[in-house]
Design a protein around this ligand. Structure first.
Ligand code: ADP
Ligand code: MG
Length: 846
C-alpha cells in the first residue's frame, strides 16, 4: 500500500478545487508531481495504489482537468499525456521512464508559467472549464491545432498523405474525428490458437501460411478467399466470402488476396467454429499488422482497437496514430445537450463519446460512446421533423365544415357504395374529420395494409372538402394508379354531380389547357393525377385538401416540394407499405398517424407457395384451371429487358413465350414502365374489363391496381424482390371473395433467400413482414426506392437502435416544448440548420 498520490488526491477532491485560485492550481500540479515521484521510486512498476493502478490514476487525473486556468495549448499537452498514460501498462521500462520525464517537464513549465503570469497581471489568468478552452486563443504555441485546421497542418502529414485522406472526404481535423471506426479488433479477447474453442469470440494474432481464392462451386455469385494461419500453438483456417456480382469477380478477389501475403502477420477477430477438418473462423475481421512484435508488446494487449475503412496508401496503423495524435482536440467539441439531460439519460458528453469511440477503454464505455453518438443523430432528425411540423401547424389552413347528414356529399357517397365501411375505416374517417375542422393544417399519414380500403377513405375526405366549398387534389405515384383512381371516382361520382378531372404527364396539351382553366375558375372540384398536379402552371382556385396515395413512392423530396410551395391545405398521405415504427418515425416523424388495421370482411387469405423450377408445370396447370373458372392472372417480373448478367427472364420474353406457346389459347397482354401512357391505360382497361386473361407485367402494377377478379399472381425470380414489395404485389390478388394464390417462383439456389421467402408463406401481416425485411435487407431496401428520403446515419441503425430512437423522439418533444424554436440553444440550433439542409426542408429557421 503506497502513500502518496492516493493519499493526497481522490476524485472527490478534484471537484473541490475551486476556480481561479492559482494556489489551488499549484496544489493540483504538486499532487501529480508527487504521484510521479512515487512511481519513479518504485522502479516504474505501475504501482498499485489504494483504488487503482498508477497509470490509470494519472490518465484519469489528467483528463478530468478541473476548472483551473489553462491555456488551450497547455490543455492539449495534458490530454496528450493522458493518452500516453493509457498505454503505460504496456510500455517498456524505458518508455515509462521517458513519459514520466516528459510529464515532469510539462508540469514544471506549467508551474513556472503560473508563477510568472501571476506576477505580471493576475487578471490575465483565464478561468474556464477545459471544454471552454476554444474561446481562448493563444498564439504562443508551436503547434496550436484546432478542429477547423486542415489535416495537412498536423505535423508529419505531407501533401501526398493529405491528398489520399481527402479522397476519403477527410480535409479538416474535424473530419478525422467524425470519421468513425467501421469496427473494432478486441484484443481483450486475445487468444492463442490452441486456447480458442468453438463458440468463442476471439482475437488471434498469427502468421499467414497459405492464401488462395476460388469461385464457390455451388454459387456463381460467390467467391471465397481462404487463409491458413499459424501461431506458436497451432494453425487454423480463415475464410472470407465475397458475394454479389462486383465483389465476387475474380479480379476483385485477387486484389483482396494480394493484401494477404504469405508471411504477413494478421490479427483476426471473430467466432471460432470447429469441424472435423479443424478450427476455423468464417468472415472474421482481418487486420494486417505491420510489425507484429512491436505491435503486440507495446500497444495492443488488453485493448480494443478501432478499424477504419481506408483507401490504398494509408495503412491502418498510420491512420490510427494520426487520429490518436489529434484526439485531444475532442476537447474543442461543443456540447449541444444540457448537462442535466446527459445525466438523466445516462449519456456521456459529446467530447467523451468521440474520444472513446476512437480510443475505447473497454466494451462498456465504447457502447456508451456509440449510444451517445447514435442518440444525437436521431435527436437532430427528430427535432428537425418536429420543428417542421410545429411550423406547419402554425400556418392557417382552410377551415372545412362537416355535415354528416345523408344529404351531404359524403353521406350520399357512402350510400352509393355497395358495401358499408369497416370499423377501422369509420374510425380513421373520424380522425380525419376532427383534424380538418381545425384552423391548423392537418398532416396525417394513413397506414393500411394492401386491400384495407384506403381509397374510399380518401374519397370521403375529398368530398368533405368539396362540400365545404373547397377543391381537392388526389395524387398518385404512377399514371396507372392515377388513372385507376380517376375511373373509380368516375364510376361513383356522376350521381353526386361534380366535376372531376385527370391530369398526368401524358394528358394532351389541348386537354391540359382546358383542365387548368376549369381548375382556376373553380368548376373542377377534384383533380386526380400524378406529380404533374403540382408542376408549376397548375393553379387551384381554392385548394382545401391534398391526398397523396402511396406516398412512400414519392420520396421526401416531392413531399417537401409540396409543403415548401407555400400551400397550406390539409394533407392526407397514405401508404400501404406497413413500415416498422422506427422507419415511420424517421421518415414521417412530422406526421400524425392513422391506421386501418382491419381488412374488409369476406376476404379469404391468399394461398402463398414457393415454386422451384421443377414445379413450373404445377403453376401453369393452376393458372389454366383458374382462368377456366373465369378468373384472371398476373405474371410479374423484375426486369423489362433481358440482362445477360443477371440471367433473368424479361417481361417481353415471358410475354412472348406465354402468349405463343403455353397459353396460346388465352389472351395474354404485356405491361411495363417503358410503354407509352396511352398504351398502358389500354392494357389496364382491357384487364379490368376482362378482355384479357393474363397480364404479364413489371412492378408497375405494384401499387394500387385493383382488379378483384384476379385470383393468381405468379412472381418470377421472386428472390430479387424485397419482402415488403412482394407483400404489396401479392395484395393485387385476394381482393374478391374467391380463393387466391400467390406463387413465388425462385431459382432454388440459395438457402437464405428461400428462408426469406418462407416468411411470406407463413405471414399475411404486412407489419411483421416489413419488420423482418428490415433485418434481412436494411431500410433502403425495405422502402424500395433510392430516393426514399432516409437520411444517412453515420452510426445509427434503424434495425438495432429502436430504443434510442424512441428516447430521442421523446427528448426532442421535450426540448421543443420548453424552447419552441431553440432560441436558447445556439449550438443545437446551428446543428439543426445543417440537418434541414441535408433533408432539403428549406431554411425556415432564421
Ligand atoms: P388499398 O388500401 O390497398 O388502397 P383499396 O382502397 O384499393 O385498398 O380497396 C381494396 C378493395 O376493397 C377495393 O375493391 C374496394 O372497393 C374494396 N373495399 C374497400 N372498403 C371496403 C369495405 N368496407 N367492404 C368491402 N370492400 C371494401
Ligand atoms: Mg390503394
Amino acid at each position: 500500500m503506497v502513500e502518496g498520490y492516493n493519499k493526497n488526491i481522490s476524485s472527490n477532491d478534484l471537484k473541490a478545487i475551486p476556480d481561479s485560485k492559482s494556489g489551488e492550481l499549484k496544489t493540483w500540479i504538486r499532487s501529480l508531481q508527487q504521484a510521479l515521484t512515487v512511481e519513479v521510486d518504485h522502479g516504474f512498476t505501475n504501482i498499485q495504489g489504494r483504488t487503482s493502478k498508477f497509470s490509470y490514476f494519472v490518465s484519469g487525473y489528467l483528463l478530468s482537468i478541473p476548472s483551473i486556468a489553462f491555456s488551450e495549448n497547455d490543455l492539449s499537452k495534458l490530454k496528450k499525456l493522458a493518452l500516453d498514460y493509457e498505454r503505460y501498462s504496456n510500455m517498456s521500462i524505458d518508455e515509462r521512464r521517458r513519459i514520466i520525464a516528459k510529464s515532469r517537464h510539462v508540469l514544471h513549465d506549467l508551474y513556472k508559467y503560473q508563477e510568472a503570469e501571476k506576477k505580471v497581471d493576475s487578471k490575465k489568468l483565464k478561468i474556464r472549464r477545459s471544454h471552454e478552452s476554444i474561446l481562448y486563443k493563444k498564439s504562443s504555441s508551436t503547434d496550436s491545432l484546432s478542429l477547423g485546421c486542415s489535416i495537412s497542418a498536423i505535423r508529419g502529414v505531407g501533401p501526398k498523405q493529405a491528398e489520399r485522406l481527402s479522397s476519403l472526404g477527410l480535409i479538416l481535423i474535424r473530419d478525422l474525428i467524425n470519421y468513425l471506426p467501421r469496427d473494432y479488433v478486441d484484443y481483450t479477447s486475445l487468444k492463442t490458437i490452441d486456447k480458442s474453442h468453438a463458440g468463442q469470440n476471439v482475437t488471434i494474432v498469427a502468421k499467414i501460411r497459405r492464401c488462395s481464392s476460388f469461385k464457390s462451386p455451388k454459387n456463381p455469385n460467390l467467391s471465397i478467399l481462404e487463409l491458413f494461419i499459424k501461431d506458436k500453438t497451432g494453425g487454423m483456417k480463415v475464410t472470407r466470402f465475397f458475394a454479389g456480382r462486383r465483389n465476387s469477380s475474380i479480379s476483385y478477389v485477387k486484389s483482396q488476396q494480394s493484401l494477404y501475403a504469405v508471411g504477413a502477420t494478421v490479427a483476426v477477430s471473430g467466432l471460432v467454429k470447429e469441424s472435423r477438418y479443424g478450427k476455423s473462423l468464417n468472415d472474421p475481421l482481418i487486420e494486417i499488422i505491420d510489425s507484429p512484435n512491436n505491435y503486440l508488446k507495446s500497444r495492443t494487449i488488453g485493448q480494443i482497437f478501432p478499424v477504419y475503412s481506408l483507401t490504398e496508401g494509408i495503412t491502418s496503423d498510420k491512420f490510427r496514430d494520426l487520429v490518436q495524435s489529434i484526439l485531444y482536440l475532442t476537447s474543442e467539441i461543443e456540447e449541444p445537450l444540457p448537462k442535466d439531460t446527459l445525466k438523466r439519460l445516462d449519456l456521456p458528453s459529446k467530447q467523451e463519446a468521440f474520444f472513446r469511440i476512437h480510443n475505447p477503454e473497454n466494451s462498456i464505455t465504447l457502447a456508451k460512446a456509440k449510444r451517445r453518438i447514435v442518440f444525437e443523430e436521431f435527436l437532430l432528425l427528430q427535432l428537425s421533423l418536429l420543428l417542421r411540423r410545429d411550423l406547419h401547424k402554425k400556418s392557417n389552413s382552410p377551415k372545412l365544415s362537416i355535415e354528416l347528414s345523408s344529404n351531404s356529399l359524403v353521406g350520399k357517397f357512402l350510400n352509393i357504395l355497395p358495401f358499408s365501411l369497416t370499423d377501422a375505416q369509420k374510425r380513421v374517417l373520424k380522425e380525419i374529420e376532427l383534424d380538418i375542422v381545425k384552423a391548423e393544417p392537418m398532416s396525417r399519414l394513413l397506414q393500411g395494409d394492401v386491400g384495407s380500403g384506403k381509397t374510399v377513405v380518401a374519397i370521403s375526405a375529398l368530398l368533405t372538402a368539396v362540400q365545404s366549398g373547397w377543391q381537392g387534389a388526389f395524387m398518385a405515384p404512377t399514371e396507372v394508379l392515377a388513372t385507376q383512381h380517376y375511373q373509380t371516382l368516375s364510376k361513383w361520382i356522376p350521381q353526386l354531380e361534380l366535376n372531376v378531372d385527370l391530369l398526368t404527364g401524358s394528358t394532351p396539351k389541348s386537354r391540359r389547357k382546358e383542365i387548368l382553366t376549369d381548375l382556376v375558375n373553380g368548376s373542377t372540384k377534384i383533380l386526380v393525377g400524378t406529380h404533374a398536379l403540382f408542376e408549376d402552371p397548375v393553379v387551384f382556385e381554392r385548394l382545401g385538401l391534398v391526398v397523396v396515395d402511396e406516398q412512400h413512392r414519392f420520396g421526401v423530396k416531392q413531399r417537401n416540394k409540396l409543403l415548401n410551395k407555400g400551400l397550406q391545405p390539409h394533407l392526407l398521405t397514405m401508404t400501404a407499405t406497413p413500415i416498422p415504427r422506427t422507419l415511420a418515425l424517421t421518415l414521417h416523424g412530422d406526421l400524425d398517424i392513422s391506421q386501418l388495421d382491419e381488412l374488409p370482411p369476406g376476404r379469404t387469405p391468399i394461398n402463398t407457395q414457393l415454386i422451384s423450377p421443377k414445379d413450373k408445370k404445377y403453376a401453369y396447370d393452376l393458372i389454366r384451371s383458374e382462368i377456366n373458372k373465369g378468373h384472371q392472372i398476373y405474371v410479374v417480373l423484375p426486369l423489362i429487358e433481358e440482362s445477360e448478367k443477371l440471367e433473368l427472364s424479361s417481361a417481353i420474353d415471358v410475354h412472348h413465350q406465354l402468349s405463343t406457346e403455353i397459353f396460346s389459347d388465352f389472351t395474354v397482354e404485356l405491361l411495363h414502365g417503358k410503354m407509352k401512357g396511352i398504351e398502358k391505360q389500354e392494357v389496364i382497361r382491357n384487364f379490368l374489363n376482362k378482355k384479357s386473361d393474363i397480364l404479364v407485367s413489371t412492378t408497375v402494377i405494384e401499387v394500387g391496381v385493383d382488379v378483384p377478379n384476379a385470383s393468381v399472381m405468379l412472381i418470377e425470380d421472386s428472390d430479387r424482390f424485397g419482402l415488403a414489395q412482394l407483400h404489396q404485389l401479392r395484395g393485387r390478388v385476394g381482393r374478391g371473395a374467391s380463393k387466391s394464390y400467390c406463387l413465388l417462383s425462385h431459382q432454388n439456389k440459395n438457402k437464405l433467400s428461400r428462408q426469406r421467402l418462407e416468411v411470406l408463406v407463413n405471414s399475411n401481416d404486412g407489419f411483421e413482414i416489413s419488420e423482418i425485411d428490415l433485418r434481412f435487407r436494411g431500410p433502403g431496401q425495405v422502402l424500395g426506392t433510392k430516393q426514399s428520403g432516409l437520411p444517412d446515419f453515420a452510426l445509427a441503425s434503424l434495425a438495432d437502435d429502436a430504443d434510442v430512437l424512441e428516447l430521442a423522439r421523446n427528448e426532442a418533444r421535450k426540448i421543443l416544448d420548453s424552447d419552441p424554436v431553440l432560441s436558447n440553444n445556439s449550438i443545437l440550433r446551428s446543428l439543426i440548420k445543417q440537418q434541414w439542409e441535408k433533408l432539403r426542408i428549406g431554411n425556415k429557421l432564421n
